[in-house]
Design a protein around this ligand. Structure first.
Ligand code: 13P
Length: 223
C-alpha cells in the first residue's frame, strides 16, 4: 500500500491525480474539505483522523459513519503530529482505531519513536507501548494496517535506513500481526530500497504525495 497523507495542504487536483495514476493502487488522505472531491474523482480516499463516537458534542471531530456516508474507505489514526500537537494519547488512538474498524472503515494506525527515545535505546519500549495499546483494542484485523513513522524522519529529509526500518517493522510485527507501512521522508529515489525489505509492506508519504509525478512514481514503485 502506498498512502499519501496530504496533511493540512490542498494537494493536487483529484481528477488530474486520478488520470495520472491510471489504475495504480493508491490511498490518498486529503484534508476533510477535499474528501468529497477525492471520492467523486474515484480515488481511494481515507480521512486523516476519526472520532470514536458516531455523533455528539465533539467540536472539530468527525465520525466513522459520516465518513462512510461520503464514500471514504478508511482513516489514519495516531499520527505523530496528532500525538505531538493535539494531545492524542495511546488510549484515544486505540479508541479511534477500534471504533473505525467496528464501523467498517480501514485504519492506518501510526507509531514511532522520537530521536531522544532512539538515542536513549528506548525505541522498542516506545513501540511496544504504542502497538500494544492498538493491539489490545483491535487485535489483528483484516482492515488494520500499522505505519512506522519515526518522528525524527518526518518532514526532515532524514530517512531511516532500510536496515533500521526493517528492524523496527519486524519488531512491530512480532507484537501485532498486521502489514506495516514505513513513513518519514519517503521519496521516489529512496522508495525502492525501503520497499524491498521483507517487513516493509508499503509507505505512508507526506511531502512527496503532494506532487502528482512523485506520488505516481511511488505508487509505481509500490506495485
Ligand atoms: P514526510 O513524507 O513529509 O516526511 O511525512 C511523512 C508522514 O508524516 C506521513 O504521514
Amino acid at each position: 500500500m502506498i498512502a499519501g497523507n496530504w496533511k493540512m495542504f490542498d494537494g493536487p487536483d483529484p481528477i488530474a491525480l486520478r488520470d495520472a495514476l491510471d489504475g495504480l493502487d493508491h490511498v490518498v488522505a486529503p484534508p476533510y474539505v477535499h474528501l468529497r472531491a477525492c471520492v467523486q474523482a474515484g480515488l481511494t480516499t481515507y480521512a486523516q483522523n476519526v472520532h470514536w463516537e458516531s455523533e455528539g458534542a465533539f467540536t472539530g471531530e468527525i465520525s466513522a459513519p459520516m465518513l462512510l456516508a461520503l464514500g471514504v474507505e478508511g482513516a489514519i489514526v495516531g499520527h505523530s503530529e496528532r500525538r505531538q500537537y493535539f494531545g492524542e494519547t495511546d488510549t484515544t488512538v486505540a479508541r479511534r482505531a477500534e471504533a473505525a474498524l467496528a464501523a467498517g472503515l480501514a485504519v492506518i494506525a501510526c507509531v514511532g519513536e522520537s530521536w531522544e527515545e532512539r538515542e536513549s535505546n528506548d525505541t522498542e519500549t516506545v513501540l511496544r507501548i504504542q502497538v500494544e495499546a492498538i493491539g489490545d483494542a483491535c487485535g489483528s484485523h483484516g482492515r488494520l494496517v500499522l505505519a512506522y513513522e519515526p518522528v525524527w524522519a518526518i518532514g526532515t529529509g532524514k530517512t531511516a535506513t532500510p536496515e533500521m526500518a526493517e528492524e523496527a517493522h519486524a519488531f512491530i510485527k512480532s507484537l501485532l500481526d498486521a502489514p506495516v507501512l514505513y513513513g518519514g521522508s519517503v521519496k521516489p529515489d529512496n522508495a525502492q530500497e525501503l520497499l524491498s525489505r521483507p517487513s516493509v509492506d508499503g509507505a505512508l508519504v507526506g511531502g512527496a504525495s503532494l506532487d502528482i509525478d512523485s506520488f505516481v512514481a511511488l505508487c509505481r514503485a509500490g506495485s
